[in-house]
Design a protein around this ligand. Structure first.
Ligand SMILES: [Ca+2]
Ligand SMILES: [Ca+2]
Ligand SMILES: [Ca+2]
Length: 521
């Protein structure tokens, strides 16, 4: 087994440069850490020691709902134009109070549609996507830059929509992307290891999740929907995947020749010729439930769990409307009529948890806020990456929406990764996102989060990597008690997280995720 692990380190094509530079002491450290992974993953589940959840009645502070109140207050303060002043979009989604004939092909809106370059497409009888052209039409527009033109037209459109009584809600269809940066190195899942100073396999940024593995295998009854770039079903570490759907509607972005379809296979998301595919969805899903105990690659947080890969990000990202639809689908909140209208099968099992390691600049519109609150009330916990722009998470969707748990990223020292992690009062908790630009334990490997990519493994860092740690631990909690509400599960993790000082968390980032409260004393 040790041999296999060593061979992996040598065989991987991109490890040659690394091996070439390797000093013998580093090699020994590398072998020792490989043995550590094997030791951690070979633990036999104890039949006698049963984990017990703390009494959730003890939780006086409802952090989850306090955060939602803060998010809602912010949303109430926004005007229509505030939604247009931030984020990238080229279409607006409009919901009408009843079924509508194409609202921009009939009646008084025809003239507006022509001068604003609007193409309306029906999504459901009540919902239309209004695509805004970036091409100049009027002579006065010829010296305007394309994205400025879209924003200007969107402002005019906003006036039309705001004064239309049949409009229930509208929102800019923000561009949303994955929240990770990749690096082609391998090894060592410090992010699961016991929390402590740098000795005996402990790390100041560790989460004690590896300690859980002796007692809790998780449960395949717990469903986690991973909204991401899709999944690599044929990876040697692929496990615990039950279903899937591809919600990437844009034919340029989809990279599989069609729009929505039932195959969540990740065909690659490279954005332009200079970019490489990230395999981001498999990395994220691998953190939640990759195959352990097989002597290959890494381990996921849950031995047993049911992951539904939901593809919402294609080439260069995805759009917010596809994502909101995927959220409703995964939480099984679309009624039979809506499923028929959208041409969707019913999800095989309602998700207990939805992980969204994605986001974009934007503000959470009232309609989106309502969706996330409905999802939470229906019993599904939504976990969202705070974003990687080192700024306030309140400027990002879905990180700023109420009803979700927003996750900032910590490094191997257990501190906020100031280099990239978003922060602010809307952050619920911090979890390992890692930092591939540092090597605090001096083992020659970057301190990123280690998980699956195509035919391989890699260290990534980002709030994308932090969120699935929270989703993965939440799955263990649901395995112990499936009847807890999302706010109870969230509040447990927040209450029993490790408090940070102002040096570790110079800007609001919540406590550091820790699994110790689930362990026997
Ligand atoms: Ca497709
Ligand atoms: Ca494995
Ligand atoms: Ca390191």
């Amino acid at each position: 087994m040790i041999y296999k692990e060593i061979m992996i380190l040598y065989i991987r094509k991109r490890s040659f440069e690394f091996v070439w530079r390797l000093h013998m002491t580093k090699l020994r450290a590398m072998l020792a850490s490989s043995a550590l992974i094997i030791a951690s993953t070979s633990l036999v589940f104890s039949q006698e020691m049963k984990l017990e959840l703390p009494d959730v009645g003890e939780l006086e502070v409802d952090s989850f709902n306090q955060r939602s109140e803060t998010a809602n207050k912010k949303i109430e303060s926004y005007s229509s134009l505030d939604y247009l002043s931030i984020g990238n979009f080229d279409s607006i989604i409009v919901e009408y109070s009843s079924s509508m004939k194409n609202p921009f092909a009939d009646g008084q809106n025809i003239a507006a549609a022509a001068t604003l370059g609007i193409t309306a497409t029906k999504i459901t009888p009540e919902t239309y996507e209004l695509q805004i052209s970036s091409q100049p039409i009027l002579a006065s527009e010829f010296d305007t830059d394309n994205s400025a033109l879209i924003k200007r037209r969107a402002e005019i459109l906003a006036n039309i929509l705001d004064s239309d009584e049949s409009v229930v809600d509208w929102f800019p269809n923000y561009n949303v992307t994955k929240q990770a940066i990749s690096d082609p190195f391998y090894e060592k899942q410090w992010h699961y290891f016991p929390n402590g100073s740098f000795e005996d396999g402990k790390f100041p940024g560790g989460t004690d999740i590896s300690e859980l593995w002796s007692f809790s295998p998780g449960s395949s009854d717990v469903v986690v929907a991973v909204l991401d770039t899709g999944f690599l079903f044929d990876h040697e570490d692929a496990a615990n995947v039950i279903d899937g759907f591809d919600f990437v509607s844009d034919l340029d972005a989809s990279n599989d020749g069609d729009g929505w379809d039932s195959n969540a296979q990740d065909p690659g998301d490279a954005c332009g010729p200079l970019n490489t595919n990230s395999w981001h969805g498999s990395h994220v899903a691998g953190t939640i439930g990759a195959l352990g105990h097989n002597g290959l690659g890494g381990v996921g947080i849950n031995k047993n769990v049911s992951i539904i890969p939901v593809r919402v990000l294609g080439k260069c990202g995805g759009n917010f409307n596809d994502i909101l639809t995927a959220v409703l689908w995964a939480a099984d909140l679309l009624d039979s009529q809506s499923l028929i209208e959208l041409g969707l099968p019913r999800v095989s099992k309602k998700a207990n948890i939805i992980n969204m390691s994605l986001g974009g600049l934007g503000r959470c519109q009232r309609g989106a806020a309502n969706i996330f609150q409905r999802v939470a009330e229906s019993g599904t916990l939504v976990v969202v990456a705070a974003g990687n722009d080192a700024r306030n998470a309140s400027d990002f969707v879905p990180a700023s929406c109420p009803g979700v748990m927003t996750v900032a990223a910590s490094d191997m020292s257990g501190s906020l990764v100031g280099r990239y992690s978003n922060f602010g009062p809307l952050v619920s908790i911090m979890a390992p996102g890692g930092d591939i630009k540092s090597d605090l334990d001096g083992n020659g490997f970057p301190d990123g989060v280690f998980s699956m990519i195509k035919d391989d493994y890699a260290f990534f860092n980002g709030t994308s990597m932090a969120a699935p740690h929270v989703a993965g631990l939440a799955a263990h909690i649901y395995a112990l008690n499936p009847d807890l509400s999302p706010s109870q599960v969230a509040n447990l993790m927040i209450k029993f997280g490790l408090q940070r000082n102002s040096e570790q968390c110079p800007r609001n980032c919540g406590p550091l995720l820790n699994a110790r409260f689930l362990l026997p004393n």
